[in-house]
Design a binder for this molecule. Sequence first.
Ligand code: XMP
Length: 508
Amino acid sequence: MTNQVVLVLDFGGQYKESIARRIRAMKVYSIIKPCTISIEEIKKINPIGIVLTGGEDSINDDYSPVCDKELFELGIPVLGICYGMQVMAKVLGGEVRAEEKEYGKLDCKVDTTSVLFNNIPESTKVMMNHIDRLKVLPKGFRPIASTEGTEFAGMENASKKLYGLQFRPEVDLTVEGKKIFKNFIYTVCGAKGDYNTRKFLEETKQAIREQVGNEKVVLGLSGGVDSSVCAALLEQAIPNQVVCIFVDHGCMRKNEGNEIEAAFKDKNLTFIRVDAEQRFLDKLKGVTDPEQKRKIIGKEFIEVFREEAKKFDDAKFLAQGTIYPDIVESGWVGKKAVVKSHHNVGGLPKDIGFVGIVEPLKSLFKDEVRKIGKLLGLPKALVTRQPFPGPGLAVRTLGEVNKQKLDLVREADAIFREELEKTNVKADQYFAILTSVQSVGVRNEARTYDYTIALRAVKTNDFMTCEYVPLPHSLLNKVSMRITSEVEGVNRVVYDITGKPPATIEWE
Ligand code: XMP
């Protein structure tokens, strides 16, 4: 892409993506690289600024990740956040020591003569979470922020454009976090704000045309947001050259398969829907272990896709809806470098004779993918779809899966979603689970021994943690009444009031 770039260097932990997304939301392109990146590579990227992320280590441990001193001598502005500030301080001759933990949304005094705190009140709330403290500033630096427990909560060497913050400007709990980032990115780094999804779309379409020429491209369509947006993008970039293979494993939500078919059937692409429900059910027979169910579904999906794709042996390219979080490597965690596996690839077959892979969304975050989907004119329901696990309702049916159970949970889930969507309750993910617990009930004056449906609705920012949504009793009551009267085989409905941790969002 032809944009200015801010480089986010990952020192471990879960910080990198929120920093990179916050920068992109300011219309500046950002990329994430492990902190082990070489100076040569940094020069090649030619960023207008560098952000060093927080991390989970103590800078004084032997194995703690650091960066090359040369990084601070490139003339590129650097902002070190939390652990990132401590790295900057230590590498440049400062001193960091462990003290009592400082945690929470705290009062912070900032020096408004620092460009970082332009237009920010002298007293503001910031999010802190640290044990190590900067005790001696490196030469050439001055303090620019403090809290009751931390003398040096911020530092700067303005002439070298080097800045450090002990608190976390990338989280909403830091009230002025966005302004602080803006001051760094625009005033210190000289950003022009030259990145936006519309421009991305045009440049990407051109890049796809250049990559594939007149050749045919095969795409595995799962019906999720990423592969659907990928299909729509390819259709516009290279009309009539795309074959979409939609493997319907029979574990989709109510009407989902038809909605996907309706969205793509009349487009300028070849749409193949493979009804493989029975095949998947046969493989899942007698299997109760969740991990095994996942593996079986993943493997069978590839098998079905492979068989269909073989029918298009003139296709030279395989397209995938890989997105940025799928490929971002976790740079360094504690003693070991951890590389997250490229899970979205899902092991799609590369041995069918494709000469290349097309991954047009691989630099985008989920929210950007949804924006692109909207720009491409995909139906809102498809673009704003909540996350749905690849194995689908098979992991929302506890224990052994069969057609009857899948139909029960599918109906109950549709009722729950329909009723919740009629209210103004906000939830990031909500669905029904068939617990496979059977209990005694009574219907039409006769004893029943039927299944229990559990309902789950959660609020979350990143799906790594979540809180349950306290749904109004009127809604729960309505859903319970409808499910027990409309879904034969269910005589009890319960609501899951657990957060993550200790639970996970899915039950399997
Ligand atoms: P958990 O259950 O781990 O889920 O709290 C976190 C988020 O990931 C989704 N999820 C999956 N997505 N394949 C996927 O593509 C899977 O196997 C899978 N399992 C869980 C889940 O819906 C939630 O949004």
